[in-house]
Design a protein around this ligand. Structure first.
Ligand SMILES: Nc1ncnc2c1ncn2[C@@H]1O[C@H](COP(=O)(O)OP(=O)(O)OP(=O)(O)O)[C@@H](O)[C@H]1O
Ligand SMILES: [Mg+2]
Length: 515
C-alpha cells in the first residue's frame, strides 16, 4: 500500500482542469470544478444522479463546451473541439448509454469511422477488419465473435465491445462513464483486469460508478461531486464507503432490512403463474403475487430471473404454463398484451425498453396513454401538462421543465420518467429488473420510498435484484431461482443472506466466487 502511494506521488499529472463552469438552460451543471488525473492513475468520480459527472467528462472530450475555466493536457492548454479531436489527441470515452449500431457486426462497430485510416485510404477489407477485431477481443480476453451482429449480444457483451473499441485506439486517457452498470460480476472482473493492464502502461482512467464497493477495489483516488460542485478529492485508502456516501448526499443514510411483511393477510392474489416454461432458463416456474406486495426475486446472474419476467411480459415465447391476473386466465403474446393486463416490465436496459431520449419529458410520460389524453381528434395538451406536473412532483424528477429533452436528464431521472409513463398508463403490476442499478444512493432511497408508496396505494411489485441487502430491505416475501428453477420461497421474517444464497446455489456444482 505504502509503495502504491509513493509511486502515485511521483506520477506525472497529465490532465488538469481548473475552475470549469458550465450552465445549461435552467441548470448550473458545473460550478468552478477542479479535477486532475495522473499518468497510470485510476480516478473514481462519484456523485448523485445529476451531480454533473457526465457533463464534466463531456467537457474533456469536447461534447460540451465549457463556459469558463481551463483544461491543461500534457502540459499544454487544451480546447477540445469535438470527440474526434479529443480521440486524435489520445482521449477516449465510453458513454453511459450504449452508442453503437445494432445492425452492424462487432468488428464493424469496433472500426467504424476508421476504415480509410486503417486501410491507408484503400477500399475497406472486411476480412482484415474481422481478423483484427478478433485479435483485439482475444487479447482482451473477451469471448465474443467478431462477425456476430451487435444487436444479438447481451447488453453486458455490447458494453465489452464498446470497451474494446475504445482500447483499440492509442490512448493516454480513457473515460469510463458507468461501464459496469450492465455487466455481470464476471464481466466486471474482466474489465478490471483490462483497466489494471492499461494503468500499468501509463493510461490514466476516470471511472464513474455508483457501485461504491468496486471503487475501493479499483481506484487510486476518488473525487466526489454534489450539485455541480467538487466536494472532495481523496486517496482511496483514506476514505471509507460510508464517508463517501455522506459526502455525496450531504446527509446520512442508513439501510435497514425489513423485519416483517407489510402485506395484509387477506390481500388478494393479483398474479398467479403456474408451471411456466420458456426456454432453458424458465422451467416449471410457479408463484403468486399479492396485492400491495413486493415480491423479491433473488438468484445468481443467469438463474432465469430476467427470462421469467420477460416470459410473463410477453417479450419471449411461452412454451407452457398459465398466467392468471386477478383470478382470470390471460393469454399474453406480446408486451402490448401484458400492458393491457396491467403488467409492465421495467428492464435494466432503460434505453431499449421504453425511453425515447430525443423526446421531451412530457411526451415520454404521455406516450403510452395517448388514447386517454385525446379529446375527439385532438390531443388534450393541458391535461398532459397537468398530469406531467403531478408526476414530476410526486416522483421528485429533477428537470427544469416538462419540455426538457429526455437525453438531457441524468440517468436516474430518466428512470423515474419511465416509471411515470407506466403509472399514467394504469399499470398496477410492476416488474422491476434491477431497479437501482446505475443509480446513486440518494436516488436509490427515493426509488425505495416510491416503491413503498406504490404498494401502499395497492400496486404490486416483483423486484428482481442481485443485491441481497436490497432484497432484504424491500421484499415482503422472497423467491429464489437457480438454473431456471424456483428453488425456494422465504417469508421476510425468516430471510437472511445465507438462506438466500443456499437456495440460490441449490443443485449447483460450481462454487461461488464472490458473494
Ligand atoms: N445537454 C444538456 N442540456 C440541458 N441540461 C443538461 C444537459 N446535460 C446535462 N444537463 C443537466 O445537467 C445536470 C448534470 O447532469 P449529468 O448528466 O452531468 O449528471 P450525472 O452526474 O452524470 O448523473 P447520473 O449519475 O444520473 O448519470 C443535470 O441536472 C442534467 O439534467
Ligand atoms: Mg451521468
Amino acid at each position: 500500500m505504502a509503495e502504491t502511494r509513493a509511486a502515485s506521488a511521483e506520477r506525472r499529472t497529465i490532465l488538469s482542469m481548473k475552475r470549469i463552469d458550465k450552465r445549461f438552460t435552467g441548470v448550473h451543471a458545473l460550478r468552478k470544478v477542479d479535477f486532475d488525473l495522473a499518468e497510470g492513475e485510476i480516478h473514481a468520480l462519484v456523485g448523485e444522479n445529476g451531480a454533473g459527472k457526465s457533463t464534466l467528462m463531456k467537457v474533456i472530450v469536447g461534447i460540451n463546451q465549457k463556459d469558463a475555466g481551463e483544461i491543461h493536457y500534457l502540459g499544454h492548454l487544451f480546447n477540445p473541439r469535438d470527440p474526434k479531436h479529443a480521440l486524435d489527441m489520445g482521449i477516449g470515452i465510453i458513454h453511459q448509454e450504449l452508442n453503437m449500431m445494432d445492425h452492424l457486426s462487432v468488428a464493424e462497430n469496433i472500426f467504424i469511422g476508421r476504415e480509410s485510416a486503417m486501410m491507408g485510404g484503400l477500399l475497406l477489407d472486411k476480412k482484415a477488419q474481422t481478423r483484427r477485431a478478433g485479435e483485439l477481443l482475444e487479447r482482451l480476453g473477451m469471448n465474443i465473435d467478431p462477425t456476430e451482429r451487435l444487436g444479438r449480444l447481451t447488453v453486458g457483451k455490447q458494453q465489452m465491445v464498446e470497451i474494446a473499441k475504445a482500447v483499440s485506439h492509442e490512448l493516454r486517457i480513457l473515460i469510463l462513464d458507468e461501464p459496469t452498470a450492465a455487466l455481470t460480476d464476471a464481466e466486471i472482473e474482466d474489465l478490471f483486469l483490462i483497466m489494471r493492464d492499461l494503468a500499468s502502461k501509463g493510461v490514466g482512467m476516470i471511472h464513474i460508478s455508483h457501485r461504491l464497493d468496486e471503487i475501493h477495489q479499483i481506484a487510486d483516488r476518488v473525487t466526489v461531486m454534489r450539485d455541480g460542485e467538487r466536494v472532495e478529492t481523496k486517496a482511496i485508502s483514506e476514505v471509507t464507503k460510508q464517508q463517501i456516501i455522506n459526502m455525496m448526499v450531504g446527509r446520512v443514510i442508513y439501510e435497514q432490512p425489513k423485519t416483517h411483511s407489510g402485506v395484509r393477510p387477506d390481500a388478494p392474489v393479483v398474479l398467479k403463474v403456474t408451471a411456466l416454461n420458456a426456454g432453458p432458463l424458465v422451467r416449471d416456474v410457479s408463484f403468486e403475487l399479492h396485492q400491495g406486495e413486493i415480491l423479491g426475486v433473488a438468484g445468481l446472474m443467469g438463474s432465469g430471473r430476467t427470462e421469467t419476467a420477460r416470459a410473463i411480459f410477453g417479450a419471449d415465447e411461452i412454451q407452457g404454463g398459465t398466467i392468471e391476473v386477478r383470478g382470470r386466465r390471460v393469454s399474453i403474446h406480446s408486451p402490448e398484451d401484458a400492458v393491457d393486463c396491467g403488467i409492465v416490465y421495467l428492464s435494466e436496459d432503460r434505453k431499449r425498453f421504453g425511453l425515447a431520449v430525443n423526446l421531451n419529458v412530457k411526451d415520454n410520460m404521455a406516450m403510452a396513454s395517448y388514447e386517454d389524453f385525446r379529446r375527439g381528434p385532438f390531443v388534450n395538451a393541458a391535461k398532459i401538462r397537468k398530469v406531467g406536473d403531478t408526476y414530476v412532483d410526486r416522483l421528485k424528477i429533477k428537470t427544469p421543465s416538462l419540455e426538457q429533452l429526455l437525453r438531457n436528464l441524468s440517468g436516474g431521472n430518466q428512470q423515474k420518467v419511465v416509471i411515470a409513463k407506466w403509472l399514467i398508463r394504469n399499470c398496477d403490476i410492476l416488474i422491476f429488473d434491477e431497479p437501482t442499478r446505475g443509480i446513486d444512493v440518494g436516488a436509490k432511497s427515493e426509488i425505495y420510498t416510491l416503491m413503498n408508496e406504490l404498494t401502499r396505494e395497492g400496486k404490486s411489485i416483483i423486484m428482481i435484484s442481485s443485491e441481497l441487502p436490497e432484497i432484504l430491505r424491500m421484499s415482503d416475501r422472497i423467491i429464489v431461482m437457480c438454473e431456471g428453477r424456483l428453488t425456494g420461497e422465504i417469508p421476510i421474517e425468516k430471510a437472511s443472506q445465507e438462506a438466500i444464497m443456499e437456495y440460490g446455489t441449490m443443485g449447483r456444482q460450481t462454487v461461488l466466487k464472490r458473494s
